[in-house]
Design a protein around this ligand. Structure first.
Ligand SMILES: [Zn+2]
Length: 266
């Protein structure tokens, strides 16, 4: 491995490069470089070249860039300039959902009848025994490797699918869907399928329940940390990073930053 390779940060460069982060950093490098040049042209030159090289190799040079650059860019009204491009040319790592063509009302009444959910005066809740089983299944799945998790997904979905560990998550290619789901989501969804089907629910209805069930998450599927309502933005690592933006409401893990459930846009 060359020195150049060891400096490279593939998670922030190549197809993962975040344009707002890169642009803000280039602008800062130029500003700092010019300011230093006034005092010492040589040092200014070194700052410019070194900074540009760092941005090129590492994606950004200013620590914490992913947490502020997208906000800076959108505050300047430039977000549209850095559209993340069409999904065809750059793989979008935003986690998708397993879905089934099931009427939401039918799904809800089925889950209530099966005792997975209980309706109380102040809303819907996960039944205690269902939560116990759901969380203990998640705890077991938490210990798996990505490859083992992919196998668990393949066994749990009610159709034949090609399932692989890819991009730090799970990609699933089935007869009616082709999706990529994050590891935390895959853990929660497999646990949902087991827990719900075990209570006599049709597997396709259980599949449709995987996304709404994640609303009831209290423990991070992936690390066991506390899940809280927070916000995120699809930038710099997509939904893997929680604290990029105050714009999108999600249930996320306070410990590892995993996004467990995304509230629908109002
Ligand atoms: Zn976590």
């Amino acid at each position: 491995m060359s020195v150049i390779d060891s400096l490279k940060r593939p998670e922030h460069t190549g197809e993962n490069r975040c344009l707002p982060c890169t642009a803000v950093n280039v602008a800062l490098v130029v500003l700092v470089g010019l300011a230093v040049s006034v005092l010492s042209p040589l040092v200014g030159f070194v700052v410019l070249v070194g900074g540009a090289l760092a941005v090129y190799l590492r994606g950004y040079v200013v620590p914490g860039t992913p947490s502020f650059a997208p906000r800076v860019v959108s505050a300047l009204g430039l977000a549209g300039v850095f559209d993340h491009g069409d999904a065809d040319s750059s793989p979008d790592r935003r986690s998708e959902s397993l879905d089934a063509n099931v009427d939401p009302d039918v799904m809800l009444s089925t889950l209530l009848n099966a005792g997975v959910l209980v309706e109380e005066e102040d809303g819907l809740f996960l039944a205690d025994d269902a939560r116990e089983e759901w969380e203990s299944t998640m705890a077991t799945l938490r210990k798996t490797t990505d490859e083992e998790l992919a196998e668990a997904v393949a066994n749990a979905v009610p159709f034949d699918a090609t399932v692989d560990a890819e991009f730090g998550g799970i990609s699933l290619d089935g007869p009616s869907m082709s999706v990529w789901i994050s590891r935390p989501q895959a853990i929660a969804d497999v646990a949902t399928l087991y827990t719900v089907v075990e209570r006599g629910v049709d597997p396709m209805v259980a599949l449709a329940a995987t996304e709404p069930m994640r609303m009831f998450t209290e423990v991070c599927p992936d690390c066991g940390g506390a899940v809280e309502e927070t916000t995120t933005r699809n930038c710099c690592g997509g939904t893997a990073g929680l604290y990029d933006s105050p714009e999108h409401e999600v249930l996320g893990c306070a410990d590892c930053g995993a996004v467990v459930y995304e509230f629908p846009d109002e």
